[in-house]
Design a protein around this ligand. Structure first.
Ligand code: DQA
Length: 138
């Protein structure tokens, strides 16, 4: 099973960024743990701060991977382009957020992609990614 985690803007700063909200761990540290724990999954990770690169990656993996775990970060709340890419591809997408976006500012309550994904996992810290992986294993 081939699954890619696609992370959007500023998620490269996990561990350094607003630790009270996003925790102390860098994504790379967390990713290594996931790779070891889910050794039966062929797991990839891509991060970009650039909207078009995220769209390119969804298109590139959206016909030949078994699952996409997408945290489009701030673009979740703004990007019709990413939502259209999610709609376009065949690979099921699970949207994740580290923080509970619904307990934060109003602008974070809107997700352009949420109506087009298989499911949304919000607010479990980095464990949101793991829950998304597990959903593909069911
Ligand atoms: C986030 C929530 C977004 O509102 C925010 O812009 C992020 C991260 C999360 O994982 O909690 O960068 O997607």
């Amino acid at each position: 099973m081939k699954i890619i985690i696609i992370n959007g803007p500023n998620l490269n700063l996990l561990g350094k960024r607003e630790n009270d909200i996003y925790g102390e761990k860098s994504f790379n540290e967390f990713f290594e743990i996931l790779v070891q724990k889910y050794s039966t999954i062929e797991l990839c990770h891509f991060q970009s701060n650039i909207e078009g690169e995220i769209i390119d990656k969804i298109q590139e993996t959206g016909y030949n991977f078994d699952g996409i775990v997408l945290n489009a970060a701030a673009y979740t709340h703004t990007s019709v382009g990413i939502a259209d890419a999610v709609r376009a591809v065949n690979t099921p997408v699970v949207e994740v957020h580290i923080s509970n976006t619904f307990s934060r500012e109003n602008f974070r309550h809107k997700s352009f992609s949420a109506p087009h994904v298989k499911g949304v996992i919000v607010g479990f810290g980095l464990q949101s990614y793991e829950l998304a992986l597990q959903s593909f294993l069911q």
